[in-house]
Design a protein around this ligand. Sequence first.
Ligand code: NAD
Length: 506
Amino acid sequence: MNASTATQSIPTVKLLIDGKFVESTTTQWRDVVNPATQEVLARVPFATPAEIDAAVASGKEAFKTWKKTPIGTRARIFLKLQQLIRENMGELAALLTAEQGKTLPDAEGDVFRGLEVVEHAASIGNLQLGELANNVANGVDTYTILQPLGVCAGITPFNFPAMIPLWMFPMAIATGNTFVLKPSEQDPMVTMRLCELAMEAGIPAGVLNVIHGGEDAVNAICDHKDIKAVSFVGSTKVGTHVYNRATLAGKRAQCMMGAKNHAIVMPDANKEQTLNAIAGAAFGAAGQRCMALPVVVLVGETQQWIPELIAKAQTLKINAGTEKGTDVGPVISCAALARVEGLIERGIADGAKLELDGRKPNVPGFEKGNFVGPTIFSGVKPGMAVYDQEIFGPVLALVAADDIDQAIEFINDNPNGNGTAIFTQSGAAARKFQEEIDVGQIGINVPIPVPVPLFSFTGSRASKLGDLGPYGKQVVMFYTQTKTVTARWFDDSTTSHGVNTTISLK
Ligand code: NAD
């Protein structure tokens, strides 16, 4: 951590506690750095234990009234928030690009995919419905009530600083909970701007709180006795820790974690469409998407397509995300760049064939940026670091398979289960793939199949812990507690059958 002392000249990121954006009293700060220029944009505080407690206490107090606030009143706030996000889309995208590095059109996409969840939160009344069975016994009805849990918390990663916070707090709050958000300390500014808009939309004081920090703040959330549920998105290592620690403390937890997504290319696939899709998904956002495609399994004769894939990758423009026509922006930090370059070095040492080397690209005007261009290895095998690790950079590993069975087995042997795709014109091959693959999100000729909020994000094996996903129908179950009521109302003419000493409803 590049901790430093807050100075006057550089803006500080505020905490949001009890409806007020406040300066932290901490002595521990970290720079928020533009990855294309190394300009320090702001300083983010690591909240003190007292500030974290104050945020949770505010959420606990606000819950007393928020849980009783009518569904329509809660939902209307998100109708307003979606409008404010649309009106401020340009500003939000610019802020996101400055601190995260992705291109401006992709930053708009980041905001837009979150906006879709806000729209869904605005119709929460349709989702938070209980069930009723009439006459389950004589004069007896049974029904369920989905009630909010209390103070819930969210911990988010750096790669989608708009979309992922919006996966969390709108659904938690719309269902009647209060929330404490802990954004990524690497790029918290656009998240804070979204929280300002949320407050402007009418979220009452204490219903949404934001604290900043790293490991200590996350551990405090996991341990806090007044937090009922934790939603985490980030790496497998940290997510597994959060899941274990939070559930041990009696909380509900959902952790969406790391990935190593594979695509299968079948010989009958449409070549041009497939190569475009692979290049976009492998190298877009500089490979820093949990749903990126860093591994492609070339089946049979598609192994001949490698030169054309290289040619396609070479057409991509590497530049700052602010520059028009940029395809590949910088990676998030100098440390991330050093890690990606180190892994490319290891790929060579491990014996993979470096087909395209994207290291040290020339980016005039942005010489200090964390740039690495599209990089392609062929002949990659399990056991090589470029295969075994999530690189989170624009590095594509090509592997070969004889047929679809071998390709499916190969993917199922990888520990991760976040996303996958098949490129084929065969319905039978696609159906076999969807039936046999052990991965959460499946694309059929769709390279990045992130579900829209009518459905929930999911994942299997090392990519997800917890049964219920963020957003969609499942998240309503995550953020609510089911009560089941069995009720009998006697009318005056009911005759008593005496004492019932059995379990039966008579
Ligand atoms: P990360 O795990 O380093 O950080 C995520 C959060 O955990 C941050 O808020 C950070 O402050 C906190 N954190 C970091 N180290 C910690 C520690 N030692 N103890 C406790 N908390 C800690 O992840 P990242 O680098 O910000 O994001 C990239 C990762 O997120 C990738 O692995 C990517 O695949 C994953 N991701 C997954 C999904 C998904 O839906 N499955 C979506 C986006 C990103």
